[in-house]
Design a protein around this ligand. Structure first.
Ligand SMILES: [Zn+2]
Length: 145
């Protein structure tokens, strides 16, 4: 029998320990439990795969929106997730970025991140349509999401 890599082999970026705790930016945030190297995949946005149409509908009625649109047809709703990137807050000077890859939304570090630092990304266009005040407290803050 040829030896085969089991399909369940964890990806190379695993494990990156991240913790959810109160954030000075907004509500709960996602924090690095260990130092993370620059320009590495640290995980991806996990949740329910839904149509973009459904995503737009939910965005109107949910109080906490945790939806990433991956293309013109599909979106991921992480509202039911207990961990992970649904907790990442927006910053106008973020330390991670999202790369859409197929129908996945992957997170990469932009620079080295210290243990204990809050992970942030630039939400880009949001379902808030530029009406929600930004609370990232950065000097380069663009003021609204
Ligand atoms: Zn800001």
């Amino acid at each position: 029998m040829p030896s085969r890599t089991p399909a369940s082999t964890p990806p190379r970026y695993w494990p990156r320990k991240m913790i959810v705790q109160p954030s000075p930016i907004n509500g709960k945030g996602l924090f690095a439990a260990e130092a993370l190297p620059a320009r590495r995949k640290i995980g991806e946005f996990e949740g329910e795969k839904i149509s973009r149409r459904e995503a737009r509908r939910r965005a109107k009625i949910q109080r906490h929106i945790a939806i990433v649109e991956v293309n013109n047809n599909k979106a991921i709703d992480a509202a039911k997730q207990k961990h992970g990137f649904r907790y990442i807050n927006h910053s106008c000077a973020p330390n991670t970025y999202i790369r859409i890859f197929g129908e996945r939304a992957e997170f990469y570090t932009l620079r080295r991140i210290q243990a204990g630092e809050e992970l942030t990304c630039n939400y880009g266009e949001t379902h808030h349509e530029g009406l929600r005040p930004c609370t990232c407290h950065n000097k380069k803050c663009r003021q609204f999401l």
